[in-house]
Design a protein around this ligand. Structure first.
Ligand code: G6P
Length: 466
């Protein structure tokens, strides 16, 4: 079996405290792929250095996964990570061109760090390795590696949405970025919607020949295959958390503190793409429309802060604090606070326990590549008394979890009325319907798991190239 070289901005270095929590589902997904294939995971250490020396830090985990990381200089982090990746591409890819910053220095920093990644990882790539690059931080890396003579099979997976063409063309030098992406042999997207937008761009703006059935893109004598590979969770691993004392304790903690009320939960990185202010508006609307139900519901929002050096993230945090404060101020009683807003991160065990105790999962991003919280929420439910998932129609997970209208309750996250209405439906849903919806969703959550995702991507990579 060919070795795997995974390259991503973040790397879950074994035992590095505080790293895994900040990474969403990416860490777990890639760790399982490396466990199965052997190989190396290369990326940024998460640390800043005064001067980049080219030295690589290696750590080998107990289960045989080797991570290789580099530290980055302050200016590189400002222009590449806080700059182009998270102030230009992230907002643009989540349809927020109002927040996107198009600074020349950011673009230069992005290219410089991609070159630096290429120089550093080059000696680690052996003949026959499959190279798998992840996410919007490293889109030019395939091109950088090809220019350094790498002929290995190379694939790229985008964990975010890909925006419609008329938004994407607001990016200066958009052509150059996509042409560099086409140096990969295989491009993966989370769902058909993002794939279709990408294919449309290649056809319309680059004049490429696009075969929608196979995903083949032909341009200037080269070909690339682009397909959708919806990512899943590590179902076995996550489910095993349910047997831990920590999970049971967390479940009890939540249950005993919400007695006689239904707990509804949201768990998100504190990011403007997650639709958190709109979610709180929806909850406030529920309380306004059904004042007699205020005592029936407690909402727990867990939102660990993220990308705190960036202005738009500081802004969203301040907005949420104000909104949560206003709603609670207006509706709290001495023995009741309707919204518990928590900025702390929690372990997977604790989250499992919280999900299981919460009879409604509220996942309402304005735009999301996939959203694994929705899948984890389903995985943690008690099959005999499952909770209801309320899910944004704009999450990549929606096509999978709607299960032909009989799975998650799909909502429009921009509409406070829609959110309020579905909270009421979820609160009053009879056990039989909850069970039926859960049965539909659990099949895809269990079967379309992260192992299948990696197997599919790697199998296609082996087939399309060479
Ligand atoms: C999203 C991105 C990941 C990123 C994660 C956490 O899920 O797709 O690539 O690692 O957010 O963001 P951070 O900026 O902390 O790495």
């Amino acid at each position: 079996m060919a070795r795997l070289v995974v390259i991503s901005n973040r790397v879950a270095v074994p035992k590095a405290r505080g790293v895994a929590g900040a990474q969403g589902g990416l860490a777990g997904a890639l760790n399982s792929a490396l466990k199965a294939n052997g190989g190396i995971w290369f990326g940024w250490s998460g640390e800043e250095t005064d001067e980049f020396t080219g030295s690589i830090n290696y750590v080998k985990s107990a289960d045989g996964v080797t991570t290789a990381t580099i530290d980055l200089e302050h200016q590189d982090l400002e222009e590449y990570y806080n700059g182009y990746a998270n102030s230009t591409l992230w907002p643009l890819f989540h349809y927020r061109i109002d927040l996107a910053k198009y600074e020349r220095e950011f673009g230069k920093g992005y290219e410089r760090v991609n070159d630096l990644f290429a120089d550093s990882v080059l000696p680690l790539i052996e003949n026959g390795d499959n190279v798998w690059v992840h996410d919007y931080h490293l889109m030019p890396l395939g091109d950088c590696l090809r220019k350094r003579g790498v002929t290995n099979r190379m694939g790229f997976f985008l964990h975010t949405p890909w925006p419609p063409t008329n938004l994407f063309v607001s990016l200066p030098y958009h052509e150059r970025l996509v042409r560099s992406l086409l140096q990969f042999d295989l491009l993966g997207f989370q769902c058909d919607a993002w794939l279709d937008s990408f294919l449309h761009y290649c056809w319309k703006e680059l004049g490429a020949v696009v075969d929608h059935d196979t995903g083949k893109i032909s341009l200037d004598g080269g070909t690339t295959i682009a397909r959708a590979y919806p990512i899943g969770i590590d179902f076995e691993h996550f489910s095993s958390k349910g047997d831990t004392g920590e999970a049971r304790q967390a479940q009890q903690r939540l249950l005993s503190s919400t007695r006689h009320r239904t707990a509804m939960i949201g768990v998100d990185r504190l990011d403007y793409s997650k639709g958190l202010p709109e979610r709180l508006d929806g909850i406030a609307r529920f309380f306004d429309r059904y004042p007699e139900r205020v005592r029936d519901l407690v909402f727990i929002q867990i939102a660990p802060p993220s990308r705190e050096d960036i202005g738009s993230y500081q802004h969203i945090r301040a907005t949420l604090e104000q909104k949560a404060g206003q709603i609670n101020g207006a509706r709290s009683e001495v023995d009741l606070v309707p919204i518990r807003y928590v900025n702390k991160g929690h372990s997977q065990e604790e989250l499992y326990g919280f999900y299981r105790a919460a009879k409604i999962g509220l996942v309402t991003p304005l735009r999301d590549g996939m959203n694994l919280v929705a899948k984890e929420y389903v995985a943690a439910q008690d099959p005999e008394d499952p909770g209801v998932l309320i899910l944004s129609r704009f999450a990549g997970a929606a096509p999978q979890l709607d299960c032909d209208g009989e799975g998650a309750l799909l909502i429009n996250p921009h509409s406070a009325d829609d959110i309020a209405h579905h909270i009421r439906l979820a609160l009053d849903m009879p056990l039989e319907e909850r069970k039926a919806r859960y049965q539909k969703m659990i099949v895809t959550v269990r079967d379309d798991n992260v192992q299948r995702w990696t197997e599919n991507f790697i199998a296609d990579l082996a087939e399309v190239a060479g």
